[in-house]
Design a protein around this ligand. Structure first.
Ligand SMILES: Cc1ncc(COP(=O)(O)O)c(C=O)c1O
Length: 294
């Protein structure tokens, strides 16, 4: 089998801007891991795919919304590795027009089959009854949860930080389901603070992260969700455009744009220790944004 996950070393870019308080900011370019399976999706799928293949599964089934980076990455990984993929998509109404959606169109071209379900059904997706119905319809499959977060995924996200990263005082990342930050926490160094920037509203994340995180050197910055998941405003889009102009690095308005906006704001407020070094993790998720943000 072709090994999609072999090359996992990416560059780190120093952001050459005059920051206050002697701060230095660096971006780990996980978005460059692979053109189609990038960032935290690469990390989360790596050991899940290994487990699926090792256990003799011929197909992967997973869940997501219509614009999900996880759906896009799973479909691409399936095509590249020759594994069947099935996407259970939130929103029954999308069935009528899914080829108008760039994420689902590309996933279709990658060979993914879909099941579109109502939002009510989607909420029951972890129940034994629902999973049994899916098995009856599609046959035996390896299950990857929504957002890709499970034990295997954490093993992968633990590989984001490397030995040499002890030099950073803070490591910052965007938080959706919490799997990415949990892996980073587990492989962090004792003197570091791991700072998560949730992209959605709600207090449930603390508990989700604690399920997988083995250390306590972390905190969440909850003021940068911009109204909730996939919500954004003109200030955020302006920031993303300006960041691209000044650094050449493209961010997206759902995850990494909110992360870097938050970091810049906290630097301005003097919330990081003077003269500290910050590492921001670019977790990818750019499918669909290359053309829209110029
Ligand atoms: C680009 C990107 N960054 C960050 C995250 C957040 O990761 P997690 O769900 O592990 O918290 C996601 C979510 O899936 C994502 O697509």
């Amino acid at each position: 089998m072709k090994n999609l996950f072999l090359n996992d070393v990416v560059p780190t870019t120093k952001i050459d801007l005059p920051f206050q308080h002697g701060i230095e900011l660096f971006v780990r370019r996980e978005d460059l891991l692979h053109p189609e399976v990038s960032g935290n999706k690469f990390r989360k799928l790596k050991y899940n795919v290994e487990a699926a293949v090792g256990q003799g599964y011929k197909q992967l089934l997973t869940f997501g919304g219509a614009y999900s980076n996880h759906i896009a990455a799973t479909a691409a990984a399936g095509r590249i590795l020759g594994i069947q993929t099935i996407g259970v998509i939130r929103g029954e109404e999308i069935a009528a027009c899914y080829l108008d959606n760039p994420t689902l169109k590309k996933a279709t071209e990658d060979g993914m089959r879909f099941k579109f379900v109502t939002r009510t059904e989607y909420r029951t997706k972890d129940s034994a009854v629902f999973l049994r119905q899916l098995e009856e319809e599609f046959g035996h499959f390896y299950l990857v949860p929504e957002g890709g977060t499970n034990e295997e995924a954490i093993k992968g996200t633990e590989e984001i930080l490397q030995e040499g990263d002890a030099t950073y005082d803070y490591v910052c990342c965007a938080v959706g389901t919490g799997g990415t930050i949990a892996g980073i926490i587990n492989s962090s160094f004792a003197h570091q603070i791991i700072m998560g920037f949730p992209v959605l509203k709600g207090d449930f994340l603390q508990e989700e992260i604690k399920k997988y995180a083995a250390k306590e050197n972390w905190m969440l910055q909850t003021d940068y969700h911009f109204g909730g998941y996939a919500k954004y405003n003109a200030d955020l889009l302006d920031f993303i455009r300006e960041f691209k102009q000044k650094t050449g690095i493209l961010l997206d308005p759902i995850y990494t744009g909110k992360l870097l906006f938050g970091i810049f704001d906290l630097i301005k407020q003097g919330q990081f220790k003077n003269n500290s070094k910050i590492l921001a993790i670019h977790t990818g998720g750019l499918q669909g944004w290359n053309e829209k943000i110029k």
